[in-house]
Design a protein around this ligand. Structure first.
Ligand code: ACO
Length: 444
């Protein structure tokens, strides 16, 4: 709202609350009463505020959609001020402690925790869809030896739409369901193929005797042994990481999935859009950036100098800050604990962890970070775990994408069934020139 408008919540003479916003347009002196529903005013209601009949009407200007609710959703609840994250109403802490990623994926997609029979069927369905068409393998082999695995994942998920052309029949619930299963099942396979490709190693086919995370470890690390036996502690740590990354309401990549999906394209193409968004350093690439930053800091003694540079605005403390959390990210606490388990299994403590812990300690007591409400986010510690698992930094956003797949698809499913949703098509404030006369080339 501009400073010229005034908002107030009035009470009628009879004492009943009026859930409206009264706006006075000081340009015309007119007063408008806009309904407030669920704490929001309809963007299109602002259009009624005009200086004349020809006037387009007032729009909301909000680059980055910092204060726009783009949908109604019952998937994930987030209170950034209080540091609360819940999937379908269940606190993330309880899910991370008691659940498996597959169960959480069921919860996100269906809205309820499964019964034992439902979980068995869901697990079976996901397990039998882990294989990809041989031509997908051939497609991946076409990438350069040094291709970024996230780029490979992005390309190959998009390519899946050509392997399942019926996926564009998005109005059919059964069709949506099979694509949902395929996406959750095949994402680790594609991710592991991308990893093996970068290493110049042969791809390992899924082992359907193993659980979701164990099978992923097998496809990543199996060498000549007949059967790969995943360490249950590593399996559990991976499962927890996938759970923590599974959804985060309308973040950049989920908004991208919804934005692309709003054109009613197939879910593979929509999720490829999400993967592209996650590729960026401010989103899924942040844990990669954290590791690079920790390597660069190198010694604890260099931390004060580094933080001075951050305060002077020369760079950012990666893994800190969040658009929504203005408190400790609840996922960061859980990840910090999981890191210790992983270090125990791999038998060595990553010295970068000590730099990270010290960095966190100093930053949390520093005026700049307190004032800006900057706390560690999920990516501050996740990279350290991935590094301990022997993953190169390029694989970090890929790991994020595997977990986030269930959240993307849950949001996509919700969107395509929401009668209020329309094609995403924002407006702009045009700042360019107008009505210019074309000048022929020879006269320029
Ligand atoms: N280090 C230093 N200063 C920061 C940081 C940071 N990591 N994050 C924000 N700030 C400061 C900004 O300089 C700005 O200061 P100012 O008001 O004095 O100009 C203020 O805090 C607000 O920052 P914005 O960039 O406007 O906040 P926004 O909500 O747009 O950005 C973001 C959020 C992108 C996550 C940001 O905090 C950031 O860049 N963090 C580092 C990257 C990162 O860790 N990303 C992972 C996010 S979690 C995820 O995607 C899973």
């Amino acid at each position: 709202m501009s400073t010229e408008t005034q908002t107030q919540q009035r009470t009628d003479g009879d004492g009943a609350d009026r859930q409206t916003l009264t706006v006075i347009d000081n340009r015309t002196g007119r007063t408008y009463e806009l309904p407030i529903v669920d704490g929001t005013v309809r963007g299109l209601d602002l259009r009624e505020i005009k200086t004349s009949e020809e006037d387009f009407g007032v729009m909301a200007y909000d680059p980055g959609y910092a204060n726009v609710a783009s949908c109604r959703s019952s998937v994930t609840y987030l209170d950034g001020e209080k540091g609360i994250l819940q999937y379908r109403g269940y606190p993330i802490e309880q899910l991370a402690e008691n659940s498996s990623y597959i169960e959480v994926a069921y919860l996100l997609v269906h809205g309820e925790l499964p019964t034992p029979a439902e979980l068995e069927e869901w697990t079976h369905q996901i397990t039998i869809h882990t294989f990809v068409h041989e031509n997908v393998k051939g497609f991946m082999q076409g990438f350069r030896h040094d291709a970024h695995p996230m780029g490979m994942l992005l390309g190959s998920v998009g390519a899946l739409s050509t392997f399942y052309p019926d996926a564009n029949n998005i109005s059919d619930p059964e069709n949506r369901y099979i694509q949902t299963i395929r996406l959750i099942a095949k994402m680790p396979t594609l991710a592991a193929f991308a990893f093996r490709h970068s290493n110049g190693q042969p791809y390992v086919y899924p082992d359907n005797d193993l659980r979701y995370a164990g099978n992923f470890l097998s496809m990543m690390y199996k060498m000549t042994e007949l059967k790969y036996q995943p360490d249950p502690r590593l399996e559990r740590a991976l499962d927890v990481l996938f759970i923590l990354h599974a959804d985060h309401e309308q973040n950049c990549s989920t908004s991208a999935v919804r934005g692309v999906g709003s054109s009613r394209v197939d879910p593979y193409s929509a999720l490829a859009g999400g993967i592209a968004a996650l590729y960026g350093p401010l989103h899924g690439g942040a844990n990669e950036a954290v590791l690079r930053m920790l390597h660069r800091i190198e010694h604890k003694e260099n931390i004060p100098d580094f933080l001075r540079g951050v305060e002077e605005g020369k760079e950012r403390l990666m893994g800190f800050g969040h658009r929504v959390y203005k408190n400790y990210d609840p996922r960061a606490k859980i990840i910090k604990a999981a890191a210790d388990d992983v270090f125990e299994v791999v038998g060595k403590r990553n010295p970068l962890l000590d730099i990270a812990l010290e960095l966190e300690k100093i930053a949390l007591g520093d005026e700049y970070f307190i004032e800006h409400k900057l706390y560690p986010n999920v990516d501050f510690y996740s990279g350290l775990i991935y590094e301990a698992l022997g993953l190169p930094v390029e694989m970090f956003p890929v790991m994020f994408a595997i977990g986030r797949t269930s959240g993307w698809i849950a949001n996509w499913l919700e969107q395509v069934q929401d009668p209020e949703q329309r094609i995403a098509r924002p407006r702009q404030i045009y700042t360019g020139q107008r009505d210019r006369l074309y000048v022929p080339l020879e006269q320029r």
